[in-house]
Design a protein around this ligand. Structure first.
Ligand SMILES: Cc1cc2nc3c(=O)[nH]c(=O)nc-3n(C[C@H](O)[C@H](O)[C@H](O)COP(=O)(O)OP(=O)(O)OC[C@H]3O[C@@H](n4cnc5c(N)ncnc54)[C@H](O)[C@@H]3O)c2cc1C
Length: 443
């Protein structure tokens, strides 16, 4: 069996591992346009802040022989710095261009693990290790940095820059940071924490333009409908979002939508010999929509399924309820017990947190204490959020119907005023009904 994996991120690495761990004899070719060995994007903020060395970003490489039997692993070729420019589905080949020119590479199964493309409109993106090298070279203690976008990535990067001693300003277009990811009150609480930790945070701040003039980034912003004002920064990071990379699949005639390459529960695209996994794939969600999760753990789980299915081993990705499930740690924030209460905090959420007309919102506790929030649509809990102390997270997830196995809950490993830990399988739905257990009731 000849398998090509396009990409070298979480989904690609996990697909490769799954093929190696299967008993199937396969020849694997991994093609990535990046010239670096496969690495973890999750490590980039820590690399930029100086908490870890560049070397720590690289993923462990599979051994050349099987540890159990000592047998040679299936043949593996890695073409780095090489871009797949097209797929010929009839001939089952991909056209790749790289340092040695153009080549047609044949496949029996093809795995697209091509990730997503960041916006490049509002500053320097921080999406690849190359980007991180570029940003790191500009990080200087005492200098100013703007971060456009107050979502997960923006806050993660703001934290990294604060740690590195920069004076950070965050601009978020919506009326709260983490829009759609946290209830407004918890977002306000986090914003206060970010401020106490030294960041300036502007919400309802619409970026008009970002321009590089010499060494200065000129950021023009309309705050709360006022006329645009331009401020110069020593660095400006674009964290305004990313879109699933569907171009290769679309040009090959596969079914795609703006939320990703459409796949079934076995990660198969509309062509059964081509699979897609990770940020590029739109997978089934319990809400009925298909969408890309944009998170590391999801990419790994989907990559594993794609790898197994590519070599003929049946596997399925469970419908995702967890694309919203995450934890934040506010550990390490400056502040006294009364100014920043009950630190550190973690939070876990799933579903749709933005109420629609006619929904009921249930809220209890304080964001600095044990805080819960639920959106109830008809008789169904459509979104749930809870913040607690780190040691409470395991219990929280268990209460929500999770077998905590396999989750990385090591909050201590993610210090900083804001960092993201994914616990995406935390809310696996009941396989019989596809519904999620909340507080002992099936909704
Ligand atoms: C700075 C940063 C921090 C993050 N932190 C977290 C976090 O804390 N928790 C979390 O869960 N998630 C985090 N994420 C998101 C997470 O890293 C992604 O969800 C995950 O990397 C997706 O993996 P992937 O394999 O789908 O795609 P990627 O890792 O993006 O890999 C795709 C690869 O395919 C290559 N490629 C694309 N097109 C082609 C082509 N035509 N030919 C050849 N190669 C191609 C790309 O160059 C890239 O190397 C973070 C992301 C960033 C950028």
């Amino acid at each position: 069996m000849r398998v090509i994996i396009v990409g070298s991120g979480a989904a690609a690495a996990s697909a490769h591992d799954a093929i190696l761990s299967s008993e199937v004899r396969a020849t694997v070719t991994l093609i990535s346009r990046e010239s670096d060995e496969p690495y973890s994007k999750v490590a980039l903020p820590k690399y930029i802040s100086g908490q870890v060395d560049r070397a720590k970003a690289f993923l462990a490489r599979p051994a050349a022989t099987r540890p159990d039997t000592g047998d040679a692993r299936p043949e593996f070729t890695q073409l780095l710095g090489t871009t797949v420019v097209s797929i010929d589905r009839a001939a089952r080949t991909v056209l790749a261009t790289g340092p040695t020119g153009r080549a047609e590479v044949p496949y029996e199964a093809l795995i697209l693990a091509v990730g997503a493309t960041p916006s490049h409109r509002f500053g320097q993106p921080v999406w690849t290790l190359d980007d991180a090298d570029r940003v790191k070279a500009l990080v200087t203690e005492g200098k100013t940095a703007a971060v456009t976008g107050g979502g997960f990535l923006g806050l993660h990067m703001a934290t990294a820059l604060i740690r590195a001693g920069m004076k950070v300003t965050v601009f978020e277009r919506e009326r709260q940071i983490l829009p759609g990811r946290t209830p407004p009150r918890f977002a306000d609480f986090l914003e206060t924490c970010m401020r106490k930790w030294g960041a300036s945070v502007h919400t309802a701040a619409l970026i008009d333009s970002v321009r590089k003039a010499g060494d200065t980034w000129e950021v023009s912003v309309q705050v709360r409908g006022h006329a645009p004002e331009t401020t110069g920064f020593d660095l400006c990071l674009d964290c305004t979002g990313m879109s699933p990379d569907v171009a290769l699949a679309r040009d090959a005639g596969l079914r795609v939508c703006d939320r990703g390459i459409l796949v079934d529960t076995s990660q198969r695209t509309s062509d059964p010999s081509i699979l897609a996994a990770g940020d590029c794939a739109a997978v089934a969600h319990t809400s009925g929509e298909s969408r890309s999760a944009g998170l590391w753990h999801h990419a790994s789980v989907q990559g594993k399924v794609a790898g197994l299915v590519a070599v003929g081993v049946p596997a399925e990705t469970p419908p995702s309820t967890g694309w919203h499930t995450f934890a934040v740690s506010c550990e390490g924030m400056a502040g006294t017990a009364d100014s920043v209460p009950a630190m550190p905090r973690v939070a876990c959420s799933f579903g749709d947190l933005v109420p629609r007309e006619g929904d009921r919102v249930l809220e209890s506790g304080e964001p600095g204490g044990d805080y819960r929030y639920a959106v109830v649509r008809g008789h169904r809990v459509s979104g749930y959020f809870q913040a607690t102390e780190p040691s409470g997270l395991g219990g929280l997830i268990e209460r929500l119907g999770e077998t905590a196995a396999g989750l990385d809950l090591s909050v201590a490993g993610y210090p900083g005023p804001f960092s993201v830990i994914t616990a995406p399988q935390a809310l696996a739905p009941d396989p019989g009904t596809g519904k999620v257990m909340v507080k002992g009731r099936k909704e």
